[in-house]
Design a protein around this ligand. Structure first.
Ligand SMILES: [Zn+2]
Ligand SMILES: [Zn+2]
Length: 73
């Protein structure tokens, strides 16, 4: 996963559900969307691991397939 700051295009440092830009000193919320239906995924946290689950019938989505979008916080 390689997300860039929409303002200065520095790579974001990702911390779970947030991305931080060192260039702008700004945090972004990460929203996880299903690659099949583009609906928000339910985030399941267990023992330090994070799983993404689509409630629209696509089941568990591996992190590699999750579509992340940035939101201002
Ligand atoms: Zn930035
Ligand atoms: Zn889905």
């Amino acid at each position: 996963m390689d997300l860039k700051c929409p303002t200065c295009h520095n790579p974001l440092e990702l911390t779970g559900t947030h991305g931080h830009c060192h260039g702008c000193n700004k945090d972004y919320a990460l929203r996880a969307l299903c690659p099949e239906c583009q609906q928000p995924l339910e985030v399941l946290k267990a023992c330090g691991a994070v799983d993404y689950f689509c409630q629209q019938g696509h089941g568990l989505i591996s992190k590699k397939r999750v579509v992340f979008v940035l939101q201002d916080v």
